[in-house]
Design a protein around this ligand. Structure first.
Ligand code: FE2
Length: 334
């Protein structure tokens, strides 16, 4: 590790408290986490924050042990500034501030969405992809242009993951992946209102309709099949529009919903028709994790993007297009 810069990253925007360690040569030395799992399947921000506070010390120790380093070897400390749930973000930020202060190291405030993209680029080797970011709290299509990740399209109401989670919870089968698993036992499609406007999507009408059909006695398996196909088709359609518009040749799907096999299948087929490449991100780097914050924090630190502790506020509605990404100035060399 001699000569390498080391960044420790803390993720705490929602269910996951994660600590990762990344080096300037692009090695992930550790990626440890603990996940808050609520009894009734809904997330309670304050309970999640309490969970994160209670596991922080243990997860941090595990990460250092796995990385084989002591705290003194850390050159910069990064944390998720947003977007995310306020109480959860504040817990991670507090741990990061305490570490930065105690070690007298620079602090880096990372955008969670940018971190999903950067760990995706690192793990696939893609330089300049069109990205579909799909998770429980986020749905957007983005790509780099002139120093930032620009949002080409996004959800106009709820996130795709939230739509599927909410359906599963309300019909009693539980959140994802339950609806997708049950979809394999579906026998017939029930028409649902798909809403795509340009590169924007809307899922709330779809959810309302699927739930009302469930109440009137339609088979849940058929509704799972119809709903997942509708959601994934809409996402694939807006991604295809973005690919055609930009003419780029690489596609990434990032965020928790990228674990969906069916979505990957649809995206892979569509991308093939455009002569572009689609690569999947390894499972442990797909969902929320500390490694993505460590790696993006490292890129930011190397570009002088640190923040004084007293100005390091969390930003629950932090958008990815507010962040400058100078390392993308020449993606062929980053
Ligand atoms: Fe995420």
């Amino acid at each position: 590790m001699r000569g390498e810069v080391i960044c420790l990253g803390i993720e705490s925007s929602a269910h996951t408290f994660g600590v990762g360690v990344a080096t300037s040569s692009g090695r992930i030395l550790a990626n440890e986490l603990a996940v808050y799992r609520p009894v009734d399947s809904g997330i309670h921000p304050r309970e999640a924050a309490q969970h994160h506070a209670s596991v922080a010390h243990e997860v941090l120790e595990r990460a250092l042990e796995r990385a084989g380093i002591g705290l003194r070897e850390v050159d910069a400390v990064a944390f998720t500034a947003g977007p995310g749930l306020g109480p959860c973000l504040r817990t991670g930020a507090t741990v990061a501030r305490a570490l930065a202060y105690r070690l007298n190291r620079p602090l880096v405030a990372v955008n969670h969405g940018v971190a999903h993209i950067e760990i995706g680029r690192l793990s696939t080797g893609f330089r300049d992809p069109v990205v579909l970011y799909v998770a429980g709290g986020n749905t957007l299509v983005t790509t780099h242009n002139a120093g930032r990740y620009r949002i080409l399209g996004e959800t106009l109401d709820i996130a795709a993951g939230n739509c599927l989670d909410a359906f599963g919870i309300k019909v009693g089968i539980g959140p994802m992946p339950a609806p997708e698993l049950l979809a394999s036992r579906g026998e017939r499609y029930v028409p649902l209102p798909m809403k795509v406007k340009g590169m924007d999507v809307s899922f709330s009408g779809l959810l309302t309709r699927a739930l009302s059909l469930a109440r009137t006695g339609h088979r849940v398996e058929d509704l799972c099949l119809s709903l997942t196909e509708a959601v994934y088709s809409m996402l694939t359609e807006v991604l295809e529009r973005a690919l055609a518009l930009t003419g780029k040749k690489e596609v990434l799907v990032v965020g928790g919903l990228a674990r969906s096999r069916r979505l990957s299948e649809m995206v892979s087929r569509m991308v093939g028709l455009h002569g572009a490449s689609f690569r999947q991100i390894p499972d442990d780097l797909l969902g929320d994790n500390g490694a993505m914050i460590a790696w993006t924090g490292l890129l930011m630190y190397l570009h002088g993007m640190t923040v004084p502790i007293e100005e390091s506020r969390v930003r629950p509605r932090y958008r990815i297009d507010e962040v400058e990404v100078p390392w993308m100035a020449d993606p062929s060399r980053s």
